[in-house]
Design a protein around this ligand. Sequence first.
Ligand code: PLP
Length: 395
Amino acid sequence: MTETRKQLLQELAAKNGTPLFVVDHEVLRNNFKEFREKLPDVQPYFAVKANSNPEIIKTMFDLGSSFDVASIYEFKLIYKNIETWPDKERQDFIWDKIIYANTIKPFKVLTKLNPYKILVTFDNIEELKKIKQRAPDVGLILRIRVPNTGSMVELSSKFGAHPGEAVDLIAEAIGMGLDVEGISFHVGSQCNNFDNYLQGLNFTHSILKEVALRNFEIGFTDKEGKKKKVLDIGGGFPVKYTPDVKSFSALAKKLNLEIKRLFGKDNIQVIAEPGRFMVATACTLVTKIIGKSIRDGKTCYYLDDGVYHTFSGQVYDHQHYPLHAFKDGELKLCATFGPTCDAFDTISLADELPEDLQIDDLLYAENIGAYTLASATDFNGFPVAKVAHINRENI
Ligand SMILES: Cc1ncc(COP(=O)(O)O)c(C=O)c1O
């Protein structure tokens, strides 16, 4: 990190207090642009669950992103941006801009979603029956199960129909008079094994072939009147937290080639649901040392943020966010703890920090934007971090 950036973070912390979650909108814009440049035929639906901060959503919205939502709360966060638009534009917006990508939806959510022209995912027959009852007008995307091997966060044990059941589920939906628009999969989050994507694409190709053989009509009519099927390649795009993570560029190259090979001649609308890729590198946490002790010869720092708060990503997302000091000093192995009364609130037993840091000194952790603030609680009465924004204007 540059000295100028360190200076800025310290100034922001002095002004706003700590813990402080700093969002750099220039990085958000760069991440979005990189995604669009490297996957030019794929429309990103930003997965709001990764970080639902309204200012982040606003920037993504201004950039032309679409959105993946998983609850009515998230749906409303997006819808808020367009409430004042004319009806027609709003309907088109919903169609192009929002996928409700939670395969399980309570009845009352379905009832709320039905008036909107929206895409929703499903992966089982019971869900289809619910949709038929409460939301027969939505567009359906069948989520299939694909290998998640080598991904940091596994999703396939909970979501996705077995590819062998896919065509029968599509037949059931069509039999109920519902609209099936396409197929989705998710390779698992922070995917470092690109074969997962290739398997997902190949499963989808086989399913669509059989759908055609059995003369099932799926897909939607686009604005030019063309019939198209949706191919939703999900999320999972990896972030280089550590040097061993493979590059997004390498993945994009493979995806472009395989999508062209398998679907080049079909009318396909390819979409994706990147969450982590957009926000992880855009955010830095500034936290303060509120206590210090020596235990068994090791320096222990107690901070005003911990695993019940921004560092919750350690628990739910299996990531680590190494802490750094603003002050120089010889690095020693230290333990870092959060502020709560629970020993589980241990950030690390092996952070590398100077051992002569004092109470009130500040530390920072980078690449902490995804699945962190989103899962922070106020356990023990310690509030979640405040949020500060930099480089917000000018797309
Ligand atoms: C359905 C769905 N789509 C998209 C995402 C975002 O994935 P990622 O952050 O790996 O891009 C997730 C993450 O859990 C998900 O469950």
